[in-house]
Design a protein around this ligand. Structure first.
Ligand code: PGA
Length: 255
């Protein structure tokens, strides 16, 4: 079986200040120094990207952005482009996070354009997908999630799949303290991998990393990472504490 390197992302969302963000980054750098078997990325708010980069520069922690616009430049007041992100050291970008889908109204079509531009610009793209509580209760999880996956990847050919990571984040589990059970997560991750093999091929499906996100904490991380198709986590709340985030990274390193 293909060995997939787990990837742990810390999505700080609209939290931290300049100084507290730099401190957090510095503690994360120290905490994960010994970790050599997984990939660690932090996603600070835009204004702090460059300062956080100066802290993580010489470390094994990568810099990510929480979003970007789907055009490379132009008259898009208030938006941030992939080339700008790259200039300040960003190598990874979150696209289609549920807060952007549901609070900011981003559509599958817009998300697929962002995925395409991120790839064209040489970024690692984390495509976030996941069902709402209503969809889960209606038994629609295994139709909604593959449909989001197919829409998000509609402009991506097989050669670029090495730069794509999928983040499965059930909306009802984000920031709520409710986590999918490892069995539920595994079921959806396996369905995502099956969809990838239908869209591309088995080798691509096996090599693509699928993170779980939604109230991942130090005490549930190891059980999630023990699942065959769970290749790390996208962590929100628990990434704001260096101790919690480091413990989750270490659980991934040991998995
Ligand atoms: P959470 O957020 O860990 O606070 O649930 C996860 C995410 O939104 O990526």
């Amino acid at each position: 079986m293909t060995q997939r390197i787990p990837i742990i992302g810390g999505n700080w969302k609209m939290n931290t200040g300049l100084e507290s963000g730099m401190n957090l980054a510095s503690c994360v750098v120290d905490g994960v120094e010994a970790c050599d078997s997984c990939e660690v990325v932090v996603y600070p708010p835009y204004p702090f990207l460059q300062s956080v980069e100066s802290v993580i520069d010489a470390s094994n922690v990568y810099l990510g952005a929480q979003n970007m616009w789907h055009e490379a430049s132009g008259a898009f007041t208030g938006e941030i482009s992939a080339p700008m992100l790259k200039e300040v050291g960003v190598s990874s970008v979150l696209v289609g996070h549920s807060e952007r889908r549901h609070i900011l109204g981003e559509s599958d079509q817009l998300i697929s354009q962002k995925v395409a531009l991120g790839i064209e610009q040489g970024l690692q793209v984390i495509l976030c997908i996941g069902e709402t509580l209503e969809e889960r209760e209606a038994g629609e999880t295994l139709s909604v999630v593959p449909a989001q996956l197919k829409a998000g990847l509609s402009n991506i050919d097989v050669a670029h799949m090495t730069s794509i990571v999928i983040a499965y984040e059930p909306v009802w589990a984000i920031g709520t303290g409710k986590t999918a059970t490892p069995e539920d997560a595994q079921t959806v991750h396996a369905a995502i991998r099956l969809t990838l093999s239908e869209l591309y091929d088995d080798a691509t499906a096996q090599q693509t990393r699928i993170q779980y996100g939604g109230s991942v904490k130090p005490d549930n991380a190891a059980d999630l990472f023990a699942c065959e198709d769970v290749d790390g986590a996208l962590v929100g709340g628990a990434s704001l504490s260096a101790d919690s985030f480091t413990a989750i990274v270490m659980a991934a390193c040991d998995s």
